[in-house]
Design a protein around this ligand. Sequence first.
Ligand code: ADP
Length: 496
Amino acid sequence: MAKYLVALDQGTTSSRAVIFTTEGQTVASFNREFPQHYPKPGWVEHDPRDILESQIGALRETVKLSGIDVAEIAAIGITNQRETTFLWDRRTGECVGNAIVWQCRRTSQIVDQLVADGCGEMIRERTGLVPDAYFSGTKLKWMLDYYNLRDRAERGELCFGTVDSYLCWNLLEGRPHVTDATNAGRTMLFNLHTQDWDEDLLKLMNIPRACLPEVVDSAGPIGLLDPAILGRAIPVTGMAGDQHASLFGQACLKVGDLKNTYGTGCFMLMNTGDRPVRSENGLLSTMAWRIGGKPTYALEGSVFMGGATIQWLRDELKLITHASETEGIARSISGTGGVYLVPAFTGLGAPWWDMYSRGTLIGMTRGTGRAQIIRAALEAIAYQSADLMEAMSRDCGRRPERLQVDGGASANGFLMQFQADISNIPVVRPAVLETTALGAALLAGLGAGVYGSMEETAAVWHPDLIFTPRMDEATRRLELKGWHRAVERSLNFAEH
Ligand code: ADP
């Protein structure tokens, strides 16, 4: 009877719900945006009530739109913006304040201090992460300090959680205090090797274990949806952070399988199997997922300015009115004529890690115009992703066979072809581009026994288009060399 899977996709700017058939076809989806709060420069917060209301609203709307009978829903999966930190009262459920969003920089100094104290290496070794304010650990420490709550946390009166935890606590019967291993892996408190909270790191950040959630698998029974929400206690059996869910939704189940999501930024993850790979090239080592108690790991790298480079063309330079125009314009010329745009507007991430590099447009001649700059912007997204892929290949000692893509900018055929060309790798775009939601639904399906194995979930994934590399090797090398020369010019530019 049960033939549908539902994904709750709680993102940074909106909450979504998507209903899929067990064959992976999208039946209905609904998106509800919610406000962002910027109380000080560099600070970003979400009101926890907005998160809950928008997520419950999106779920109810999606079910209504679909016209399905809720009795036909086999299971629900949760996926979420990662690292965003909540702290609430175990008795009343009331949050102590707004959630601190992953983008928030308020704890940079705490991180600087940890590094100055010589703890950077320990953090990297245990958590796979490069110490940064981005991760939840220092955000939780900040909340405990600022609200003076350490004693209450010691007594077990408070609950910490990322979005997944917060949703489970509020939407599931019996208020389970849980998080899945992928989300735990983004706290800078979770030991990748032991798969448990790390006592030394807890001590280092002065965080009482009593406030931490139980870490559960990414697929398996988590609880039942509160019947007050949809009128039925539907099993919640899948949970993973957004990038991990997308890796699963892309069926990247084997070692070396690779996906890149082209959104505002780009997120590239490669499955590295049953052991975490230590990166020598500035990438993060992270969980892919944990299923049946068995951890699978991944390498992760991100490009800060992905689709955001195209937004910049639109909003600041006013060269275009819609992102989709860029494809035709880029195709209208045969090349940029040696022009490169390095969109290092906020510095460069892996493999460069230079916070002082700045945006650079170089190689212009008298004939350079709008089309060349637009094409250079698209190419820059591919070049940055190519550099990440190279770094991953070096870290793993193997070249991936193909690159699977999703995200808003993966709709751009020119960009995808250029990615295939410059990385000399087939680029595969699947039929369902909502791989994050699909991944959460598939994890839930696996956890509920709808699928008998991971391989069965992979059968749901279908390629739609394959972009085959067709640039000759000499041109490819020349273009990459030009890009790297441009990157060198952009490095270490801002005064510091
Ligand atoms: P996010 O999930 O980060 O909000 P999306 O996956 O929705 O991002 O993708 C939106 C981004 O993709 C925007 O930055 C936009 O500029 C870019 N984008 C959307 N369509 C295209 C296109 N056809 N060509 C290039 N970039 C695009």
